[in-house]
Design a protein around this ligand. Structure first.
Ligand SMILES: NC(=O)C1=CN([C@@H]2O[C@H](COP(=O)(O)OP(=O)(O)OC[C@H]3O[C@@H](n4cnc5c(N)ncnc54)[C@H](OP(=O)(O)O)[C@@H]3O)[C@@H](O)[C@H]2O)[C@@H](O)CC1
Ligand SMILES: [K+]
Length: 484
């Protein structure tokens, strides 16, 4: 599990470490790690053109020291000082000693010929959108030829939330120090950070336990263990699915198929899409009756494509009245938003899976702080909230959160949400803790999308078809962890 640490947590750990190390030692560790990544990206330093954008704080100091190291290896380095009178004195002296050139914000910055651009404009000390000089340079870097590398955080991105107010530096790589900050992997910030490289500067032992995490393939593999010798089809948890309708059976077919392919123990289906589901999945136990007619299950999924009429409402109420974990998705979210007490009064785990518009039905817009918003709704309803997005966020009522790192934009197509709820129900039926299980489901879902998109555009059914293979590949960690 990768811990995501807030600026306050990083600052607190830094304070302890700074008091125990010689002055400037941490910045040297940061700059060494940064220069190492840059050298790897450049391939060879001699003759390479590097532009360093340096603000007036320690972030600029990191960038200047790294620029000095690259210049010492033969790179042609130009440092552009955004606040010339406040540039980090030791960093600037090191750069000059190594033969680097120095200019102001309006000087010859070399951005139109650079091989690599280092963004040391502002790091975790940044406030608000970039100022005009910084915004102009960030824009030129984005359209220029150089590989863009952000130092610690892409300037203009809120390190805690990923919010971007106005302009920000669009990085292809971000080299971050001590801990991954949430803003690099969630919200708009994710798109500006690119590939995240974590440099260890010794903060680890001093960091408070993270309250937000990103799962890796190894973490998710633990949720996907193959059955043991003593398991039978009932012993690993049975999931019940209420999805789709007689007129639109598709959601029921996709959701049931995803559950079967995730954990082919036993999947029961109850609802009006029974005929279509039975035809598509003879492996499922299907009834056209109510949830109570389906037989024993250990978790329910309710809502995809069920509609919101009185019958659907009464089925939702029946499922929520059980003492079993329930995934509330799609149409069931619309109904639950009208009657949130149906969720609040539950003792067993409930997982709500809204996208932004469904989230808003609960009374507040998601806004730029996606983790904060998911945490607040989770606390309000006493439920796990899985907020879908390009980086899906999961939050539990106690404030523990997960940010998903898998997936592909190709997944923005009809029916992929039904696949997620089927995966989630199948995993929840095993009885593992709801929030981490929801995060594992989002991770596997994203991997299934990546696998299905390997050969071209995908439809949701492709994800179901490739799901068994995806489970196998995640178990074997045959896929690379994305992002960090
Ligand atoms: N502590 C340590 O030992 C270590 C710290 N480390 C590094 O230090 C970084 C934190 O450094 P920091 O605290 O000096 O703040 P920093 O991010 O440079 O920002 C302040 C500067 O930005 C400016 N500025 C602000 N907002 C702006 C905007 N919107 N648009 C434009 N400019 C803006 C602000 O200007 P001012 O408001 O003062 O006019 C000031 O000049 C951290 O991210 C990591 O890289 C590592 O070396 C590890 C060891
Ligand atoms: K930066």
């Amino acid at each position: 599990m990768i811990g995501l640490s807030t600026v306050a947590e990083v600052r607190a750990a830094e304070d302890v470490l700074l008091a125990r190390t010689r002055e400037g030692a941490l910045m040297q560790r940061a700059a060494t790690g940064l220069a190492t990544v840059c050298l790897r990206l450049l391939g060879r330093a001699p003759g390479a053109r590097v532009t360093v954008l340096a603000g007036g704080g320690n972030n600029g100091g990191d960038a200047l020291f790294a620029g000095a190291r690259l210049a010492a290896r033969g790179a042609r380095v130009t440092a552009v000082l955004l606040a010339p009178d406040r540039a980090h004195p030791a960093g600037l002296a090191a750069l000059r000693r190594a033969g680097g050139r120095v200019t102001g914000p309006d000087g010859p910055d070399g951005l139109d010929r650079a091989d690599l651009v280092l963004d040391g404009i502002v790091g975790i000390g940044g406030r608000g959108g970039l100022r005009p000089d910084a915004a102009r340079l960030a824009d030129r870097a984005a359209t220029g030829p150089g590989t863009t590398v952000a130092v610690d955080v892409p300037s203009g991105v809120d390190a805690d939330t990923g919010a971007v107010e106005g302009a920000a530096f669009a990085a292809v790589h971000t080299v971050t120090f001590g801990a991954v900050k949430p803003g690099l992997v969630v919200g708009e910030g994710r798109g500006y950070a690119g590939t995240v490289h974590l440099v260890d500067i010794g903060l680890g032992p001093h960091l408070a336990p993270a309250r937000a995490h990103q799962l890796t393939d190894d973490d998710v593999a633990a949720h996907l263990q193959p059955p043991g010798d003593v398991d039978d089809k009932y012993s690993r948890g049975v999931v019940g699915i209420v999805a789709g309708s007689a007129t639109y059976p598709g959601a029921g077919v996709l959701c049931t198929g995803a559950a079967l392919r995730t954990r082919p123990g036993l999947v029961r289906y109850a609802g009006t899409a029974a005929e279509g589901v039975r035809a598509a999945w003879p492996e499922a136990i299907v009834t056209a009756g109510r949830p109570g007619d389906a037989g024993r299950v250990q978790a329910w999924v309710v809502g995809p494509g069920t509609g919101t009429d009185d019958d659907a409402r009464s089925v939702l109420a029946e499922v929520l009245a059980t003492d079993l974990p329930v995934v509330v998705d799609a149409d069931a979210l619309t109904m639950a938003a009208r009657e949130p007490d149906l969720v609040r009064r539950r003792a067993a785990p409930t997982v709500l899976t809204p996208h932004d518009r469904e989230f808003e039905r609960f009374g507040v817009a998601v806004g730029a702080d996606r983790v904060g918003s998911a945490r607040r709704l989770a606390a309000d309803l006493g439920a796990v909230v899985l907020l879908k997005g390009s980086a899906t966020v999961v939050a539990d009522p106690g404030g523990t959160a997960f940010v998903n790192g898998t997936g592909t934009p190709e997944m923005a197509t009809a029916g992929t949400g039904d696949v997620l709820s089927g995966i989630l129900g199948a995993l929840l039926a095993t009885g593992t803790p709801a929030a981490e299980t929801a995060a594992a489901a989002a991770h596997l879902h994203g991997r299934a999308g990546q696998v299905a998109a390997e050969t071209g555009p995908l439809v949701a059914g492709d994800m179901v078809r490739r799901l068994s293979e995806t489970v196998g590949r995640v178990r074997g960690t045959g896929l690379r962890d994305s992002g960090v």
